[in-house]
Design a protein around this ligand. Structure first.
Ligand code: NAI
Length: 470
């Protein structure tokens, strides 16, 4: 029996960050993982998709090279090479995480963890069992793709995002079910690479949770990339087409009328993810589970209903984002190791969506601010007025800041356009620290840079943007 202060199950961005930080604070930490360190995000999600998106960006830039005075003829994509580059990027990062864990003194136990009692975990690997005793535990087992309960959902041509990333050759045609974050990122990846993509979304809008001014450019570009978009449409069944591939049947949500079926080589199902508990034994131990969604119930300290067992990341439902998991890891470890209570704060969680253009948001949206009955002032600045964006040749989009009308304190914001997913960091800092629009406006921003658009949007909340005539 091995004994630890903290045993963590799952080595994704929740679990491995908890392990490194816990060990740094002096705890004896065991990290149990049945697969590769880095979890879904690093191995099958955030990182490999970003590596492929980079290929599509370079392809698009080369196709448009004439505009910049560069001549590039006969530009083609070698998808196999793009895939091996993606795999190298992932492999390098996995090695990095492994070495951080080793240098940090974390004991990594390979195998599948099962809760035996409130202080004991059984780790099973190739039929061998090891028992681990721990004063505290953290469950960080992540999530798995959800599946629609419709006829044909388990046929061979249906992929989830993991399988889509494992493709070694591009299909000629693809149906994507779901226009959420995963569906949209893949629609751009495959659409830009020349695959005939049809995207079917149940709601009236793709990326429906966002303010629609932020999503309209992505919708337009999706169409320009040749993606056929059906919104307000529900997939009812799938079958193997007699000529091979899939035949996808769907109907209008509003009228129930059938829409002509689409034939495609492959179907990607991207209709959400659900917490992954596997045969961990969470319920058997009496840990409370959410009635809706099936995630583990946690309080603001990240404790489950058994207080020395914590849960973090996608397994708790809620915001399924790597950076939320990593922050919850810090909060959980602080509570395990510290004297004072540390509360998880969700006021300033950035969202980064890697469509073209990129979209990023933080804090309250306009819709949410209205729903909260908060009186707001909104400042905007278009990239068309930003020198760096014009020099880049990428000046569509804008920055939007949302402030409490009474105090001027920033409560949210969004960016759509070049560098949006990086630019959101400044707005996140401002929202997190309770800065006012005036404080952001009075911060010197380097010229010529994209963040000047944030400063200008902050001016717009006050006396008006400096580089924009009314
Ligand atoms: P999602 O919940 O964002 O989107 C699923 C979409 O499928 C919804 O728009 C829904 O209306 C639609 N849908 C459901 N049933 C349907 C049907 N029968 N026919 C047509 N459409 C249907 O889930 P998604 O995109 O699978 O992502 C899963 C999780 O992973 C999310 O929590 C997301 O935030 C996270 N994620 C975040 C990323 C990022 O922040 N860049 C990247 C990838 C995933």
């Amino acid at each position: 029996m091995q004994e630890f202060d903290i045993a963590i199950i799952g080595a994704g961005p929740g679990g491995y960050v908890a392990a490194i930080y816990g060990a740094r604070l002096g705890a004896r930490v065991a990290l149990i993982e049945k697969d590769t360190e880095g979890g879904t995000c690093l191995n099958r999600g955030c990182i490999p998709t970003k590596a492929l998106i980079r290929t599509t960006e370079i392809y698009k830039t080369l196709q448009e090279a004439n505009r910049y005075g560069c001549l590039a003829d006969n530009v083609r994509v070698d998808y196999k090479r793009a895939v091996s580059r993606k795999d190298r990027v992932v492999g390098g990062l996995v090695k990095g995480v492994q070495s951080l864990l080793a240098k940090g003194g974390v004991t990594v136990l390979k195998g599948s963890g099962q809760l035996v009692d409130a202080h004991t975990i059984k780790v099973i690997q190739d039929g061998e069992e090891t028992l681990v005793q721990a004063k505290n535990m953290i469950i960080a087992t992540g999530s798995e793709p959800a599946q629609l309960p419709i006829p044909g959902a388990t046929l061979d041509f249906v992929m989830d995002s993991t399988q889509a990333l494992e493709l070694e050759e591009l299909p000629e045609s693809l149906v994507i079910i779901g226009g959420g974050v995963i569906g949209m990122e893949f629609a751009f990846i495959f659409g830009r690479l020349g695959v005939k993509v049809t995207l079917i979304e149940y709601l009236d809008e793709v990326l429906a949770l966002l303010d629609s001014d932020l999503t309209q450019d992505a919708r337009r570009n999706l169409r320009m990339a040749g993606v056929k978009l059906h919104t307000g449409a529900k997939v009812t069944s799938m079958e193997a087409s007699p000529e091979g591939g899939a035949l996808v049947h769907f109907e209008s949500v509003a009228t129930g009328e059938a829409i002509p079926s689409v034939k495609a080589d492959k179907v990607l199902m991207a209709v959400g993810r659900r917490p992954f508990l596997g045969d961990l034994g969470v319920e058997e131990l009496g840990i409370e589970i959410q009635a809706k969604g099936g995630g583990i119930v946690v309080n603001d300290l990240m404790q489950t209903s058994i207080r020395h067992i914590y849960a973090i990341g996608d397994v708790t439902g809620g915001m399924m984002l790597a950076h939320v998991a990593s922050h919850q890891a810090i909060v959980a470890i602080n509570n395990i190791m510290g004297q004072e209570e540390h509360l998880m704060d969700y006021r300033a969680v950035p969202n980064a969506i890697f469509t073209d253009p990129e979209i990023a948001t933080v804090g309250l949206s306009e819709k949410e601010a209205e729903a909260h009955g908060l009186e707001i002032r909104v400042g905007r600045f278009p990239f068309a007025g930003n020198g760096k964006a014009l020099a880049l040749g990428n000046s569509r989009g804008f920055v939007k800041l949302i402030a409490d009308a009474e105090t001027g304190i920033l409560v949210g914001g969004g960016v759509v356009g070049p560098g949006a997913t990086d630019l959101i960091a400044e707005i996140t800092l401002a929202v997190q620290q309770g800065l006012t629009a005036e404080q952001v406006a009075n911060t010197i921003h380097a010229h010529p840079t994209l963040p000047e658009a944030i400063m200008e949007a902050a001016w717009d909340i006050g006396s008006g943007a400096l580089h924009l005539a009314d």
